[in-house]
Design a binder for this molecule. Structure first.
Ligand SMILES: *[C@@H]1O[C@H](CO)[C@@H](O)[C@H](O)[C@H]1NC(C)=O
Length: 289
């Protein structure tokens, strides 16, 4: 090794470096992480799997799902939504288990006329029961650039974030008798579809098919802090060698994040099932208390 330009330790460093950058590159590869589920060539993998696009035309929308199932994780995805006149379209990005008592964590982006705001619709289902909608406007134009939409799901809470800012938290209140998703592994799904019977201004604004195809884009999927479910057991990724030791597994909102959450809820939340007294005239659902 004496004549080698590399000392053995720097060679090792180089190998480790190459290995890690390979790992990093493959972490977000759509070929490895997802399957196209419908829409045929309306769903496209581009840039060697670094970019995925879904499109919608009059004949069909399109969608994909993760190859893996997850039981807990901190999972990020960057989305750039349908630009221009996206009224009537819905881009759904959600986590779901199967069956009639399934659990589900939803982000749905309801399109709008050019210049009018998208609505980010969220919901949480636990053991088949949802009806926990909260809706938000965003503090940026979600069609101009990619933004990061994250779900942190651990035994204590489910935290929805946008570009690192928490927008919603669903706490584990099993002690109050409220079921919390923690036993059923979930897959990640996304789809772009026509929902002009309800999506935009409650269905008043219809999809303008002369603008089709509508396209939404995805990149930088990151599930490097997540536990993958396989044959009845969950194994957590190398960054989180033991689930009980990984910080995200214990994460709850600190006071800074709580202040951010309050800022979003005060300024950008446009619907909250907890305060919908028409819908829940007796008293709001117990988790709202
Ligand atoms: C669309 O824009 C209208 C007018 O600003 C607004 O009332 C509505 O909440 C926006 N979003 C959707 C999805 O309807």
């Amino acid at each position: 090794m004496a004549s080698s330009p590399f000392s053995s330790s720097s060679l090792l460093g180089l190998v480790v470096y190459m290995f890690c950058s390979l790992m990093a590159a493959s972490a977000g590869n759509f070929y490895q992480e997802f399957d196209i589920t419908w829409g045929n060539d309306r769903a496209k993998l581009l840039d060697k799997g670094q970019l995925l696009t879904l499109s919608l035309d009059r004949a069909s929308g399109s969608g994909f799902k993760s190859k893996n199932e997850y039981l807990f994780g901190k999972i990020d995805m960057q989305l750039k939504l349908v630009p221009g006149n996206s009224a009537g379209t819905v881009t759904a990005y959600y986590f779901s288990s199967l069956g009639s008592t399934h659990d589900e964590i939803d982000f749905e982006f309801l399109g709008n006329l050019s210049g009018d705001p998208y609505i980010l619709h969220t919901n949480v289902f636990s053991q088949g029961k949802g009806n926990r909608e909260q809706q938000f406007y965003l503090w940026f134009d979600p069609t101009a650039n990619f933004h990061t939409y994250s779900v942190l799901w651990n035994p204590h809470n489910i935290l929805f974030s946008v570009d690192g800012t928490p927008i919603r938290v669903f706490k584990n209140l099993e002690a109050m008798g409220i079921p919390f998703p923690k036993k059923q592994p979930m897959r990640i799904y996304s789809s772009l579809w026509n929902a002009d019977d309800w999506a935009t201004r409650g269905g008043l604004v219809k999809t303008d098919w002369s603008q089709a195809p509508f396209t939404a884009s995805y990149r930088n999927f990151d599930a490097s802090n997540a536990c993958v479910w396989s044959s009845g057991a969950s194994s957590c990724s190398s960054k989180s060698p033991s689930s009980s030791n990984s910080p995200w597994m214990k994460h709850e909102l600190d006071s800074t994040s709580q202040a951010r959450l309050r800022w979003v809820q005060k300024n950008y939340m446009i619907y909250n099932y907890c305060t919908d007294t028409k819908r829940f005239p007796q008293s709001p659902p117990p988790e709202c208390a």
